[in-house]
Design a binder for this molecule. Structure first.
Ligand code: PAF
Length: 282
């Protein structure tokens, strides 16, 4: 597996692959890789001739006071996972390579989409995500790019950005990978103490309770009823504090009154100091 630290190395290698008529898949990550990321690389390797993964903890998507400094980093372990899953090149740039002195161009969705869900408590987050993902798209010029459905809002925002800016890249959303007890795999799970890890199961318990309620009804269920049930399940766990639990349209991300096919039910919950997210689409 090639390890590239500069934009020009990536460009040169991708140009050589293209000259051989090969397709390229991109898996953007912030490192601290787990089985969720591994599944993205596996999907990319199955659909593309060559796979590039980026490992870059992107400072512009963290607000002051968030976990930029403490975000887990283990590049050697990341490389082991990437190479075992069939990644051909890892792009591991420095902050200076991605944001050189004088950097001043940002990509921002002028849409209510980024103000919903996580955007309410992280108002600058998606500007940072869209900026870095656009830059990665311009550097790697992939045919396809792979993102986890666990970050459902990020996936919807990136799809909109790709439509708006005509990137000509197929965005592939891959299913959430879960621990045995249902907790969605996340790099931030490493922040949890043993008691918090056990309390964190409540996110998935609230999802399964909602799914059972929806499955038991022949009709569209009022969103309030589903959300109320989920809130009561989460609130029963003393270590959990709800940031949001909402029902929205999975494409526009605008709130819906009734839960029906295409409704995204998403939640963010603090377990101690760790903010975890999860979701499902009906
Ligand atoms: O999902 C992530 O890990 C990040 O938001 C991404 C897409 C790699 C951009 O930094």
């Amino acid at each position: 597996m090639i390890i590239a630290e500069t934009i020009s190395e990536v460009r040169e290698q991708v140009r050589a692959w293209r000259a051989d008529g090969l397709t390229v898949g991109l898996v953007p990550t912030m490192g601290a890789l787990h089985e969720g990321h591994a599944s993205l690389v596996t999907a990319a390797a199955a659909q593309c001739d060559r796979v590039v993964a980026s490992v870059f903890v992107n400072p512009t998507q963290f607000a002051a006071g968030e976990d930029l400094e403490s975000y887990p980093r283990d590049f050697e372990h990341d490389c082991q996972i990437l190479s075992a899953k069939g990644c051909d090149m890892v792009f591991h740039p420095s902050v200076g390579e991605m944001y050189p002195d004088g950097f001043a161009t940002y990509v921002n969705l002028e849409s209510e989409m980024t103000a919903q869900l996580c955007g309410k408590s992280r108002p600058s987050h998606f500007r940072g995500v869209c900026t870095v993902v656009s830059k990665l798209f311009n550097i790697v010029t992939p045919d396809r790019a792979y993102f986890g459905q666990k970050d459902a809002q990020q996936l919807a925002v990136i799809k909109q950005m790709v439509r708006d800016l005509g990137f000509g890249i197929e965005i592939v959303g891959c299913p959430t990978v879960r621990e045995e007890d249902g907790l969605a795999k996340s790099s931030r799970n490493t922040y949890l103490s043993a008691e918090e890890r056990s309390a964190a199961r409540v996110l998935y318990s609230s999802i399964t309770a909602a799914q059972e309620m929806i499955a038991a009804s022949d009709d569209e269920v009022p969103a309030d009823e589903v959300l109320e049930l989920m809130r009561s399940v989460v609130s029963a766990e003393p270590a959990a504090k709800i940031d949001y639990i909402e029902a929205v349209d999975s494409i526009s991300l605008m709130p819906v009154e009734y839960v029906k096919k295409g409704t995204l039910i998403a939640l963010a919950v603090y377990i101690g100091k760790t903010r975890l997210i999860d979701n499902f689409t009906v």
